[in-house]
Design a protein around this ligand. Structure first.
Ligand code: FMN
Length: 307
């Protein structure tokens, strides 16, 4: 009998739905027991987000400062699992606060130590460096990363920016103004998530994950767009400065933090609508000379290796 644990944090339920579908083939197999366990922050994040609160979480998210989660049930902590699936979403190019806090907690680290782990992330589309941060935390906890699947909004980047704001601030995963595409991961990708469960099922039964990530990639489980690598790297460099300035200022003066966050909010609009298109043009110009480097990067970010 194989014991599989699915641990996750999902605010709107999108990731929960993906994981439920993904795990169906394993749930239907009588030699596998699947347990689902949500990660629950002590102080819940309201959904839909109020504009101020959406930006308020930025410094602590990016600086990966943990906040308390509710303790995991004793039944889960006591057990040794054959495989743990970790489901997370990305906030500000970083694993969300509840998930990051779980990975940094003593009980989280103990649970995943010396255990095969598959990460499943569901984000807008900027998940690449967040996954690198997760890889590092997993290595710190001595967990064995054996697979990664990334679910994203497949619409054009700037369209998905508009639609996610509508979804996050108004709380409805529907077509903004009736003309934009539905935000988030498409219904089709959510429905078809079970194809990854089929792959995982075979490997968990063997107890050997050699070749699984290659199978996941071949099934379109980790699409990496080279321009998004560049944007993620640039975004991380700039966010690092903003996050530490705002966090430090806030320690001394909460009103100053508020003012800086309001400036950051406006900066983000400029970065997305003005700086990103310029970077895109530069990216296109340098695409051919950089081709080999770009290809190498895509391969790396699709993999489960840690540089
Ligand atoms: C505060 C906040 C910041 C976010 N930042 C990013 C981001 O940097 N990159 C990205 O691809 N998605 C980002 N998202 C989208 C989430 O990764 C996720 O897709 C969305 O919150 C729905 O997930 P859930 O309802 O399953 O929790 C952000 C969402 C929130 C709430």
């Amino acid at each position: 009998m194989c014991n599989v644990l699915v641990l996750y944090y999902s605010q709107t339920g999108q990731l929960t739905e993906i994981l439920n579908n993904m795990m169906t083939p394993l749930i239907n197999d009588e030699t596998i027991t699947v347990t689902f366990q949500p990660i629950t922050p002590e102080k819940a994040y309201d959904f839909p987000w109020k504009k101020e609160e959406f930006f308020e979480v930025f410094p602590e998210t990016f600086l990966q400062i943990p906040k308390p989660n509710q303790a995991l049930p004793a039944t889960i902590k006591k057990k040794k699992y054959d495989l743990i699936i970790l489901g997370y979403t990305v906030w500000y190019l970083t694993p969300s606060i509840p998930f990051n806090s779980f990975l940094k907690s003593e009980e989280g680290r103990q649970l995943i130590a010396n255990t095969p782990v598959i990460t499943v992330n569901a984000s807008r589309n900027m998940w690449i460096l967040a996954q690198e941060k997760v890889k590092k935390l997993l290595a710190d906890a001595q967990a064995k990363l054996v697979g990664n699947i990334a679910f994203v909004d497949r619409n054009i980047n700037h369209i998905s920016v508009i639609t996610i704001v509508h979804w996050m601030l108004r709380g409805k995963k529907n077509k903004y103004l009736g003309v934009f595409p539905k935000p988030g991961v498409s219904d089709k990708d959510i429905d078809e998530a079970s194809k990854f469960g089929e792959i995982i099922k075979d490997y968990v039964k063997k107890g050997d994950y050699e070749g699984m990530q290659e199978d996941i990639v071949a099934s379109d489980g980790v699409r990496v767009k080279p321009f998004l690598i560049r944007s993620d790297q640039g975004g991380n460099r700039i966010f690092k400065k903003w996050a530490s300035i705002i966090y430090k200022a806030g320690e001394k003066s909460p009103p100053k933090r508020k003012v800086l966050l309001a400036i950051f909010r406006r900066y983000l609009v400029v970065a997305i609508w003005l700086i990103m298109p310029i970077v895109f043009i530069l990216f296109l110009i340098t695409y051919l000379p950089m081709y080999r480097y770009i290809k190498k990067n895509i391969k790396y970010y699709q993999s489960i290796r840690l540089r």
